[in-house]
Design a protein around this ligand. Sequence first.
Ligand SMILES: NC(=O)c1ccc[n+]([C@@H]2O[C@H](COP(=O)([O-])OP(=O)(O)OC[C@H]3O[C@@H](n4cnc5c(N)ncnc54)[C@H](O)[C@@H]3O)[C@@H](O)[C@H]2O)c1
Length: 254
Amino acid sequence: MFDLSGKIALVVGGAGYLGSAICRAYAECHARLVIADWNEERLNALGKELERTGAQARAVCLNCTDSGRTAHLMQSIKAREGSLDILVNATYNRTNKSVEDLTEEEFNRANEVNITSMFTLARQATELMQSGSSIILFSSMYGTISPNPSDYQLPVVPNPIEYGAGKAAINQMTRYMASWLGPRAIRVNAIAPGSFPWNVKDNEAFMEKLRAKSVLHRVGIQHEIAGAAVFLASDEASFVTGHILAVDGGSTIW
Ligand SMILES: NC(=O)c1ccc[n+]([C@@H]2O[C@H](COP(=O)([O-])OP(=O)(O)OC[C@H]3O[C@@H](n4cnc5c(N)ncnc54)[C@H](O)[C@@H]3O)[C@@H](O)[C@H]2O)c1
C-alpha cells in the first residue's frame, strides 16, 4: 500500500517546512518529483539532500503567481516527465497585519498566492492529468475557525484576516474542483493543518497557547503532515475526493 512508483508529483512550495516533508515522503514512496518554489536557497538544499538519497527530483525556481512561468513549467513536465499524476500546492502568503492596518492592495496581493495561483496551477495541471490523478491543496484550521486575537498579541504578529479568508476559499475551491473533475476521475482534496511552527523555541508563552489549542496538548511536527499527503496522493484514496482532511491534533473539534 501507499506505493507511488511510476507517479510524477509536482510539489509547489516544496522547499517549505511542510512541503519539504512531503517531498521526502513521496521520494521514499518512489514517486518522481518536480519541486517548485521561489526560495532558491532552500530549493537547492532540498534538491541536493534528495539527490544523495538517490531520489528522482528536479527543482524549479519560480514565482507561482506568474501564470506564464507556471504554464511553461507544465509544458516542461509534459516534455521531460511525460505526464503529471499528483499536484500538491503548499504555498501561502500573509501580511501579518491587523485589520486596521491592512490595505486592500495587500489583502489582494496575499490572496494572489493563497487563492488565485492555487486555482490557476490546479487548472493548468489538469491539462496534463489522466484519470486516477490527485490534486492536494493546502488549507488551514483557520479556514474553518477564527484565530483568537488574544493569542496573537505583540510581540507575536497578528494572524491576519486575508489568510483565513483565503483558506476558507480553498475549502470551497476543493469541493468545486472535485465536482468539476469528478467526471474525469481526477480527485481533489485539501489538507488543513493545525499548528506546525517551524521554530518551537521561539516564544514559550505563545507556544503554550498553540499547544493548548490541540486536544493532544502539543503542536505538530513537520513529518506528521506526510502521511496525509501520501494517502491522498495514493491509489488507496481512490474513493476520496472533495475532502478537507484536518491534521490538527483535534484543534477544530472543540
Ligand atoms: N505551518 C503551519 O503551522 C501551518 C498551519 C496551517 C496551514 N499551513 C499551510 O501549509 C502550507 C505550507 O506551510 P509551511 O508551514 O510549510 O510554510 P513555509 O513558509 O515553510 O512554506 C511555504 C513555501 O511556499 C513558498 N512560496 C511562497 N510564496 C511563493 C510564491 N509566490 N512562489 C513560489 N513559492 C512560494 C515559500 O518559499 C515556502 O518554501 C501553507 O499553505 C500554509 O498556509 C501551515
